[in-house]
Design a protein around this ligand. Structure first.
Ligand SMILES: Cc1ncc(COP(=O)(O)O)c(C=O)c1O
Length: 439
């Protein structure tokens, strides 16, 4: 049964240990049916959700600081989204936009063209996931420039398909054993201020010495490296990189899959750096929980591809389009982009000083409602994966869902839904602080 907004759970409640007995029973079934390659952060089986809360089969209600990896920015089962999906599902569920079109697809593309950075003329098309959006920005960039090369960065994550896995920087668990990888992908250092690596001059020096610029179609870059550990590049790095690309006819592709749709306190994280990308890949929170991704770019770049060169059966499915339009309306009408900034201020006011008070915390960083806590050993710099795991487990046991991240597995990532109440946010931070101090 679906929870109506009034019935939706709104408070943390622990009735059993985490995971509880019913979740453990289901986990045994899951192990017989599903391979271990599909891993799980917290093995509680969810039955419903409320704003900032996930309820499991044992009746436990956990505070959600993960948003399904930044996918429910506008809330889980947000009322407008649920209504839009229901209405669309009753009208028609599929035609394939390339067979017979429908207006929802056009409207989502119009909204993407308006909302993504830059006031130049744009075009968009729709796909099913973040990885598919990245696959397609690369296709379009290669086609438009006639060049094969793509530059990706250390600490980057772009998905699990062959090409996006190739672009991804971290070997384990994403790449090991899955090669050979796609050709013509070059890697450059990403700015990581806490570790003192990837200053703009270093990044450009690597590019200039290892890559033939006139053979490069695009750089694919996350404005903040999410999976890489919520790494916020040094100010000016992204703009400097974009400038270097522009002078060489290389397209700038922003992977805003995780950072998009209000997460960082602007619609898109590139805006903080005043960088206007040539192409933008979106997914995750665009669909409010339904699968949809967007490929948006300069009209002349996007229009270069011949008819039939891009698309797919399900891309921009009618229900996903209805959900996306309702998600964007929710973000706008509830002021959630601004709310992300407030959440960021609250979190940093509580956690910002931890780096100087808790020995195992090296840095707390982020932008808006995207925050990372990096754990280090006694020397203040060696990544401490074990401490990260301990804090994660303590949070989970106390009913707070947080995610780990980081090339070195030593970052806890906070991505609360932007609809979370002040009370739940505070309660979650209380739990986190206790777990940190106990670690
Ligand atoms: C920055 C970034 N790009 C791409 C992806 C891949 O998206 P998807 O899992 O929808 O394929 C992710 C997923 O976490 C991501 O964080």
């Amino acid at each position: 049964m679906n929870a109506t907004p009034d019935e939706a759970p709104r408070q943390r409640r622990l009735l059993t240990e985490i995971p509880g007995p019913r979740s453990r029973e289901l986990w045994a079934r899951r192990e017989r049916a599903i391979p271990q390659g599909v891993s799980t952060t917290l093995p509680v089986f969810v039955v419903r959700a409320g704003p900032g809360i996930l309820e499991d089969v044992d009746g436990n209600r956990l505070i959600d600081f993960g948003s399904g990896i930044s996918t429910t920015n506008a809330g889980n089962s947000a009322p407008l989204v649920v209504e839009a999906i229901r209405e669309q599902a009753g009208l028609f569920t599929h035609t394939c936009f390339q067979v017979t079109p429908y207006v929802g697809y056009v409207e989502v593309c119009e909204r993407l063209n308006q909302l993504t950075p830059g006031d130049h003329e744009k075009r968009s098309f729709l796909v099913n996931s973040g990885a598919e959006a990245i696959e397609n920005v690369v296709k379009v960039a290669r086609y438009a420039t006639g060049r094969p090369g793509i530059v990706a960065f250390d600490h980057g994550f772009h998905g699990r398909t062959l090409l996006t896995m190739t672009l991804t920087g971290k070997e384990m668990p994403y790449k090991r054993g899955f090669g050979p990888f796609a050709p013509d992908v070059h890697r450059a250092p990403y700015s990581y201020p806490f570790r003192g690596t990837g200053h703009l001059a270093d990044t450009i020096a690597v590019l200039e010495t290892t890559v033939a610029a006139d053979e490069v179609a695009a750089v694919v870059v996350e404005p903040i490296a999410g999976e890489g550990g919520v790494v916020v590049p040094e100010p000016g790095w992204l703009a400097g990189l974009a400038g270097w690309c522009r002078e060489r006819g290389i397209l700038v592709v922003a992977d805003e899959v995780q950072t998009g749709f209000g997460r960082t306190g602007d619609w898109f994280a590139c805006e903080h750096e005043e960088v206007v990308p040539d192409l933008v890949a979106t997914a995750k929170s665009l669909g409010g929980g339904l699968p949809i991704g967007g490929v948006t770019g300069r009209a002349e770049v996007m229009d270069s591809v011949h008819p039939g060169g891009v698309g797919g059966t399900f891309g921009g499915n009618p229900a996903s389009c209805a959900a996306a339009l309702a998600t964007i309306r929710t973000l706008e009408s509830e002021g959630l982009v601004e709310r992300a900034r407030v959440i960021g201020e609250v979190v940093m006011a509580r956690l910002g000083k931890l780096a100087s008070t808790v020995a195992s915390v090296g840095e707390v960083r982020g932008r808006g409602a995207m925050v990372g806590i990096e754990f280090v050993g006694d020397d203040g710099i060696t990544p401490d994966r074990e401490a990260t795991g301990r804090v994660l487990r303590r949070c989970h046991e106390a009913g707070l869902l947080v995610l780990s991240a980081g090339t070195f597995g030593n970052v806890i990532r906070l991505l609360p839904p932007l609809v979370i109440s002040d009370e739940l946010l505070d309660e979650g931070l209380d739990i986190l602080e206790r777990a940190l101090v106990a670690s």
